[in-house]
Design a protein around this ligand. Structure first.
Ligand code: FAD
Ligand code: SF4
Length: 511
């Protein structure tokens, strides 16, 4: 009897996929925990544990539903630790006559699977993951002949296409975007949710990871992993967000606080990126909650959240498939410095960096503004090589998969793509960090000083950045105001700022 082998990658845990609608005796599903995936970058221990746990749950669910599943754990004696060798081994040992897979989200895996298939002497086919709301090509098709690549244009297309927050052809509330109403500092009230809706005992899987000798980074409480590892838990997390955090999501979306890692964020990125939950069911649940409680949840909260899901998330994926593989090498400013050691141990006097890194080490999580305006901002001001920055972001976050990591890091955060994702570099002095959070209150450095004893490094590095990169940025309308301010400063002021920046850059590891 003809037999088909269907590969399921670790981020393809989509139980709603049409593959699983019917049990078919001629189909064997395969999932592999492999060194190829654990070792291409050093990952956070919570990330490896969460991926393996979620894959194991998924395999068990398929088995319970009657499907035939082969699962290689990381220490299985049969495990060859590489995708191609494991596939080849199963084809031979099970007498497989056809190989099928779902399109991977990563360029490297896409290339690898195409190459594997080209060498097989059986038929093969690739299928849609049935997860995303746009195709790999949608962003390219929308913008390839346009002057400007803009999230807002894509976002409006998606709102119309899926009829989300629309009344006929118009956006609900008369506006597409309520971002200007969404930028408040959080000062202790309203109380932030506890974010304890799911917890998992992962002692066994972590023990196996240790036995395998996989090198990881970061910390873990093995009795209480706070990430969802199956679809049920992903839905619990969504429910928790809709009922506890959504009412303030937009208002405090950019806020940062020393006592809070998550504030009103959803923590849904891991569940979404592994496809345990579908973006449209997230959107629908959020809209439903808003319609149920309009007096408690305002439109800007809901619109702000939906923009992230059907806008940014899909947009980044489209940019990835349009611009890869060249994107991974882009380095607009030609930066070469190494990432300072405090990105790995949080030992720095800069209170904002210390907290953002410590959160990342403890939780495998930092929210968007910590990633963009603290760790990303500092790396850009300090002229760190985008390769170093990418490797750090790709390893440390629970949700880091290249298609969404690299576009956010190399693109949005480091401007290494020269302005494909963002229209200007996202940099700031202490001013913005102090406006959106409480880090500066207890910092060793003085947020108000640009130079001199204990002057905040962000301040001098900020002006130094503009000064150094004038050639590359001078025609960018969005930063021309900053050059006007810089040019109006006295030469005494400018000299001191640049000298201070130079001192900090030569002592980068000791800040
Ligand atoms: P929420 O704030 O609750 O947002 C809801 C959802 O919207 C997220 O779960 C996510 O799926 C989506 N979303 C929000 N912002 C973005 C964005 N800019 N791009 C794509 N999707 C978005 N996100 C990842 O999923 N993986 C990454 O590896 C990743 N790396 C990043 C690196 C940098 C330098 C920056 C600035 C951002 C990065 N992001 C990444 C985007 C964003 O920071 C995370 O999606 C978000 O912090 C996840 O937490 P949350 O689920 O609580 O998000
Ligand atoms: Fe960060 Fe500067 Fe504020 Fe300290 S003073 S927390 S280094 S921005």
């Amino acid at each position: 009897m003809a037999k088909t082998l269907r590969l399921i990658l670790g981020d393809q845990l989509n139980r709603q996929h049409s593959w699983f609608k019917q049990v078919d005796d001629t189909v064997v599903y395969a999932l592999f925990e492999i060194r190829q995936e654990t070792d291409y970058v050093k990952h956070h221990i919570q990330k490896v544990a969460a991926f393996f746990s979620a894959m194991r749950h998924f395999a068990d669910e398929l088995k319970q539903a009657g499907h035939h599943v082969v699962y290689y754990t990381i220490n299985s004696p049969d495990n060859k630790q590489s995708l191609s060798e494991n596939i080849q081994q199963l084809i031979t040992s099970l007498g497989i006559t056809r190989f099928e897979y779902q399109f991977p989200d990563e360029f490297r895996l896409d290339e690898q699977l195409k190459s594997i298939c080209s060498k097989l002497n059986i038929s093969s086919a690739a299928f849609d993951t049935e997860h995303f709301l746009s195709t790999r090509d949608d962003v390219k098709l929308l913008f390839e002949h346009k002057k400007q690549i803009l999230l807002e244009t894509f976002y409006r297309t998606m709102r119309r296409r899926y009829n989300v927050l629309m009344t006929g052809k118009d956006p609900v509330g008369g506006k597409w975007n309520f971002d200007s109403e969404n930028r408040k500092k959080w000062k202790g009230t309203p109380p932030a949710p506890a974010h304890n809706s799911v917890a998992n005992d992962v002692r066994d899987v972590v023990e196996e990871i240790r036995q395998a000798g996989i090198e990881t980074l970061g910390n873990i409480d093995t009795t209480e992993l706070l990430w969802p590892i199956n679809r049920e838990q992903s839905l619990v997390l969504l429910e928790y967000f809709a009922t506890h955090a959504l009412p303030y999501f937009g208002t405090y979306q950019d806020a940062m606080h020393t006592q809070q890692s998550y504030l009103f964020h959803s923590r849904l990125s891991f569940a979404l990126n592994c496809k345990m939950i579908h973006p449209l069911e997230v959107v629908e649940r959020v809209v439903q909650e808003w319609q149920k409680k309009p007096e408690l949840i305002s439109l800007p909260q809901v619109e702000g959240f939906i923009r992230q899901i059907i806008g940014w998330r899909e947009y980044m994926r489209g940019i990835y498939w349009w611009k890869m593989p060249d994107y991974a090498k882009m380095n607009y400013f030609g930066f070469t410095r190494k990432l300072p050691a405090y990105y790995w141990n949080a030992k720095t006097h800069m209170n904002c960096v210390k907290h953002a890194v410590q959160n990342s080490l403890d939780q495998a999580y930092a929210h968007h503004i910590q990633r963009l305006m603290v760790t990303g901002n500092f790396a850009l001001l300090a002229g760190i090589s985008p390769d170093e920055v990418d490797a750090w972001y790709l390893g440390i976050y629970i949700d880091a998969i290249e298609w969404v990591e690299i576009t956010n890091t190399r693109g949005m955060s480091q401007f290494a793509d020269g302005g494909i994702v963002g229209s200007k570099p996202y940099i700031s002095s202490a001013n913005y960090i102090d406006k959106m959070g409480n880090y500066c209150e207890n910092c060793f450095y003085d947020k108000a000083k640009k130079y001199g004893e204990k002057a905040c490094p962000f301040n001098s590095l900020y002006w130094n950045f503009y000064d150094m990169h004038r050639q590359l940025l001078k025609n960018n309308q969005r930063v021309s105001m900053m050059y006007n301010v810089w040019d109006k400063m006295s030469s005494y002021e400018k000299e001191n700022i640049l000298m201070q920046a130079n001192t900090y850059l030569t002592n980068l590891d000791n800040l």
